[in-house]
Design a protein around this ligand. Structure first.
Ligand code: ATP
Ligand code: MG
Length: 255
């Protein structure tokens, strides 16, 4: 089990959002967490990635208790993540946005990524960044564009590049296709499917897009009002009467 959370509770002031949530992510598999708006998916993500401390429960990563470890230290252990709203350096170009986390990863591992004041990355860093940008479908002609002028879908894709640059052991994706056009969604789904088979990376994701969920998820967990109401094989979960009632009923055409 690469990620194992047990009995997670979490409140915002008086509002209790997670009521003893447990989940397990298996190495090389994709776990999707679904549930209605406000169910607590993003909050659970924050607890798993170290942005928020739970009021009860434990989070283990590769057997190590990381419950109180801050996000940046979890990132060093191998947590890669994207956010529901993309976080990138808007004033920098695409290449720099990818080069920076590659250099950070190399330095964190005790390696040399060249002098910090130098604006030209080392050739191997540049080559890795080019590979990532190409993989995500950014044409060479766009590598010098400032990130702030990207479309919403492209921002999300760039954020993905940033996450991959850290060579994560686990990818935590909070709604990777939020706000995307249908064609961008399909492209992202294809990309994730390829990433899964090519790299065997473990993915934990939330999504509202059911097509994407059923294409990618090996395990599906349904959260409703901060409680797990079903978990297991996607096809079984889909047919669970309670799940149909509280969640999939809204998107019956996908169910
Ligand atoms: N920073 C915060 N302060 C107070 N309440 C919050 C905060 N963030 C979220 N909440 C509340 O906690 C509950 C769970 O929110 P959360 O964002 O985790 O849900 P979600 O499942 O990710 O929803 P969505 O599908 O809309 O992204 C909601 O009732 C929300 O209003
Ligand atoms: Mg959310």
């Amino acid at each position: 089990m690469i990620l194992d959370a047990q009995g997670i509770e979490m409140s915002y002031g008086a509002l209790k959002v997670l009521h003893g949530v447990s989940l397990q992510a298996e190495e090389g598999r994709t776990l999707a967490i679904i549930g209605p708006n406000g169910a607590g998916k993003t909050t659970l993500f924050k607890v798993l990635t170290g942005e928020r401390l739970p009021s009860a429960g434990t989070v283990r990563f590769r057997g190590e208790d990381v419950t109180t470890l801050p996000a940046f230290r979890r990132a060093r252990l191998g947590f890669g993540r994207t956010f529901q709203v993309a976080r990138i350096f808007s004033e920098l170009d695409l290449m720099a946005n990818v080069v920076i986390p590659i250099e950070a990863r190399i330095r964190a591992g005790g390696g040399s990524a060249g002098p910090r004041w130098r604006w030209t990355p080392m050739p191997e860093v540049r080559a890795e960044a080019e590979g990532i940008l190409e993989r995500l479908g950014f044409a060479r002609s766009r590598w010098e564009d400032e990130a702030q002028f990207l479309s919403h879908g492209d921002r999300k894709r760039l954020e993905f590049c940033v996450a991959l640059a850290t060579r994560p052991g686990i990818l935590m994706l909070d709604e990777p296709t939020a706000g995307m056009s249908p064609s961008d969604r399909r492209e992202m789904t294809r990309f994730l499917a390829r990433l899964k088979t090519e790299t065997g990376i473990t993915i934990v994701m939330t999504e509202h897009d059911m097509d994407l969920i059923f294409e990618l998820a090996d395990t599906l967990m349904v959260l409703n009002y901060g409680e797990v109401i079903a978990a297991g094989e996607p096809s079984q979960v889909r047919d669970d009467p309670l799940v149909k009632k509280v969640y999939l009923g809204h998107g019956a055409q996908h169910a």
